[in-house]
Design a protein around this ligand. Sequence first.
Ligand code: UDP
Length: 235
Amino acid sequence: MSAPLYEGKSKQVFAGDEPGTYLIHFKDDATAGNGEKHALLDNKGVLNAAISNLIYDYLAKNGVPTHLIKVINETDVLVKAAKILPLEVIIRNVAAGSFSKKYGVPEGNELKSRVVEFSLKDDGLGDPMLSPSHILALGLATEEEIFDVTVQALKVDELLIALFDKAGIRLIDFKLEFGKTDDGKIILCDEISPDSCRLWDAGTNEKMDKDRFRRDLGNVMDYYAEVLDRLKKVL
Ligand code: UDP
């Protein structure tokens, strides 16, 4: 295969066979702490691709425009080419992670309303948080694009809460990325998987996501496989 157009921490992006497409390969690499911690987790690429593909299919059926065109094999998907907005869009339903640390709210505390948070996709700068006025001032997106992304992200949240609830999983928080196609449409890109979401078992509050890797809780892939199994049963 030719050299990737782009190589990220957990994915490679190649030119697709057809114009206006990319081929994305899900890798087994896991990183945390801005790349300070790294490991190869056997089968992670396969599990994340399977989980993300099921979710993107479900979202598309429910009216969310996504980049996914078709699944090529266990680790590779063909997607619409889009220029990724340099923003991480984080939705929080329950306090956890950096939110808990920053605002002194214990993990697991319910929030009075959902939080939509933006940060700059820039590892070198440590992904600093952005307000909408920062985004406008830095020319990262237009007002209309910020609105569009926010509406889509909240819709994704509602759909995912309902889906995971059926699977006996609480959706604590997650990160989305959006891209702009040549015709100016904003679509959901990247992936949605236990790497990018906090997922807790509804009965026990056990973590079923990348925090198992970040916090050395063990059996990371067993939990990812369990997430996939449960989603398959309800989709
Ligand atoms: N997240 C992500 N990529 C990032 C940062 C965060 O996928 O670069 C996800 C993370 O898995 C969690 C949510 O976004 O589901 C909120 O993460 P948080 O800001 O709490 O960061 P962390 O605690 O991971 O530093």
